[in-house]
Design a protein around this ligand. Structure first.
Ligand code: 13P
Length: 253
């Protein structure tokens, strides 16, 4: 990875952990983090944990992210959360388009087209998730799927702001399955995603961070994180244990 791109490692807790669990997790993580390593560390926590997480990280280098947001700044959208509400809590960024939201909650590329620029405009760092299913990979459709998802979600982002987005390549077949992508598979897909950004702006392609997610753990992280185009990881299950997550952070080059 060129020095211009600082690695980004985030834990996606999904629907795990209460406020009490957040308050014991964060100090345990901070105590185990490698000192002085150039790496951006994020925790993507449930909405109910955001305030507690922000308070617990204090002035450590850990940033707190939400796992979704609505594209409108406010409105009659029962059960939704808007960017200004996240900002008010001191939240740093937001995961958008996770495959679980696409699959289980009807998240669409069209909505993401509005959500990504809305997050940037609000000053939140968006982590845009893309990835193919097992069937799509077997049918040789991986690049077509990635092209579609990346182009659609970034359509309304100015070229100058493309590098403000973190893109997470999360092959659906690798999420929660223990079937991690090989380092070559991760590198190939992530280089392809970088090239897609390069179709819009070469300068943005050199700066944008593209990270890998799907069954990353402390054993396999090192090999994946040292691939040339892989700028970090989005970690699900293994991030629930602060010690394991700190080990993954330490595995960044
Ligand atoms: P796992 O690490 O549990 O496979 O989850 C990956 C993921 O979905 C992170 O967003």
């Amino acid at each position: 990875m060129p020095e211009s791109r600082v690695p980004f490692v985030a834990g996606n807790w999904k629907m795990y952990k209460t406020i009490a669990e957040t308050e014991s997790y964060v100090p345990a993580l901070v105590a185990k983090l490698p000192v002085g390593k150039p790496v951006d560390i994020g925790l993507c926590v449930p909405f109910t944990d955001l305030a507690a997480a922000v308070a617990a990280v204090g002035d450590s280098e850990v940033r707190v992210l939400a796992q979704n947001m609505h594209q409108a700044p406010e409105g009659a959208f029962t059960g939704e959360i808007a960017a200004p509400m996240l900002l008010e809590l001191g939240v740093h960024g937001v995961v958008l388009g996770h495959s679980e939201r696409r699959r289980d909650f009807g998240e669409t590329d069209r909505a993401l087209q509005d959500k990504v620029p809305a997050a940037i405009a609000a000053g939140l760092e968006p982590v845009l998730c893309v990835g193919e299913s097992e069937d799509e990979r077997e049918a040789g459709e991986t690049q077509r799927k990635l092209r579609h998802q990346v182009q659609e979600a970034l359509l309304q982002v100015d070229d100058e702001q493309l590098a403000d987005v973190v893109i997470a390549y999360e092959p659906i077949w690798a999420i929660g399955t223990g079937q991690v992508a090989t380092p070559d598979q991760a590198q190939e897909a992530i280089a392809f995603i970088r090239a897609l950004v390069g179709d819009r702006s070469e300068e943005a392609a050199a700066r944008v961070r593209v990270i890998y997610g799907g069954s990353v753990n402390s054993e396999n992280a090192g090999e994946i994180l040292t691939q040339q185009d892989v700028d970090g990881a989005l970690v699900g299950g293994a991030s629930l244990d602060p010690v394991a997550f700190a080990e993954i952070v330490a595995a960044t080059p």
